[in-house]
Ligand binder design. Structure first.
Ligand code: MN
Length: 239
C-alpha cells in the first residue's frame, strides 16, 4: 500500500459527504513544499473505542486504528490496524459522525504536532513502510520522542494490515497511563461527552469512552471501570 493521492479513493467510497461533517478531501494537497509533516491522533468512540494514529506523507494522512491507544512504555506493544489514507484536512476534524454512517460516533483531536522519519531508512519512509519497519519521531503535545510501527503477521483478511505501535527507549519513555491521564481534546479541552453534546451526538455512548467521573467510578460504566482496573493492575505488575 503506497502513499499518494490516489489512495483517497477508499476514503471517499466509504462516506456520504451529504450526511457526514467529515472533510471530503477534494481540496488542494498541501500546496508548495512544506517542511514539517503533520501528526495527529484522533480518539474515536465508534462501534468500538479506538485511537486513529495519522502521519502525513505525500499529501495524505497515513492512518492506523489503535484500539487501546498509544503507550509511552517501551515494553508495551499496541495493535495498530492500517486503515485507508485520509485527506490532510481531516487532521483538525473534531465532532460527531452521524449514527448509521461509516465510523458513526464522536471524534476528538487527542494529540497533534509534527513528525519526522527516524532510523536507518529515515531518508526513504516509503522503503521503511514497505519493509514493515517504520521508525519516526513525534513532536506532539502529549507524545514525544522515537517510536516504531512494525508490521506483524495477522490472520485472514487483516493479515496485511496488522502492525504494532511501540515506543523506543529514550528520555520520553515512561510507564505512565497517558490515555487515562490525559483524556481531553488537545484543541478544545473537551471530553468525548462534551463533543457529543455540542454536536448533537449520542452522549451516553460518548461518555463510555471518557474516564469515569471522580467519586462515581462504580456503576456508571462497567466497561470503563473494568478497563481502568485492568490497566492499573497491569501497570502495578510491571513495576
Ligand atoms: Mn476511526
Amino acid at each position: 500500500m503506497e502513499g499518494g493521492t490516489v489512495s483517497l479513493k477508499e476514503y471517499k467510497e466509504k462516506r456520504d459527504f451529504k450526511k457526514t461533517p467529515e472533510p471530503a478531501g477534494g481540496g488542494a494537497n498541501g500546496g508548495a513544499a512544506k517542511q514539517s509533516l503533520l501528526y495527529v491522533i484522533q480518539k474515536h468512540r465508534a462501534t468500538q473505542l479506538h485511537y486513529d494514529f495519522r502521519l502525513e506523507l505525500h499529501g495524505v494522512l497515513l492512518s492506523w486504528a489503535v484500539p487501546k491507544g498509544p503507550s509511552p512504555d517501551p515494553s508495551v506493544k499496541r495493535l495498530a490496524m492500517r486503515v485507508e489514507d485520509h485527506p490532510l484536512d481531516y487532521a483538525s476534524f473534531e465532532g460527531v459522525i452521524p449514527e448509521g454512517e461509516y465510523g458513526g460516533g464522536t471524534v476528538m483531536v487527542w494529540d497533534t504536532g509534527t513528525w519526522e522519519p527516524d532510523g536507518p531508512l529515515s531518508h526513504d519512509p516509503d522503503a521503511a513502510l514497505a519493509k514493515g519497519d517504520f521508525k519516526f519521531k513525534l513532536f506532539g503535545k502529549k507524545l514525544h520522542g522515537s517510536w516504531v510501527l512494525v508490521r506483524t503477521r495477522g490472520f485472514g483478511s487483516t493479515a496485511d494490515r496488522s502492525w504494532l505501535l511501540i515506543k523506543h527507549r529514550d528520555q520520553y519513555a515512561s510507564t505512565r497511563d497517558i490515555t487515562a491521564d490525559e483524556p481531553r481534546s488537545i484543541l478544545t479541552k473537551r471530553l468525548l461527552v462534551d463533543i457529543a453534546r455540542d454536536g448533537g451526538g449520542d452522549v451516553e455512548k460518548a461518555a463510555t469512552g471518557d474516564p469515569a467521573p471522580a467519586g462515581k467510578s462504580k456503576g456508571k460504566s462497567k466497561v470503563q471501570s473494568n478497563a481502568t482496573s485492568k490497566t492499573k493492575s497491569k501497570a502495578k505488575a510491571r513495576k
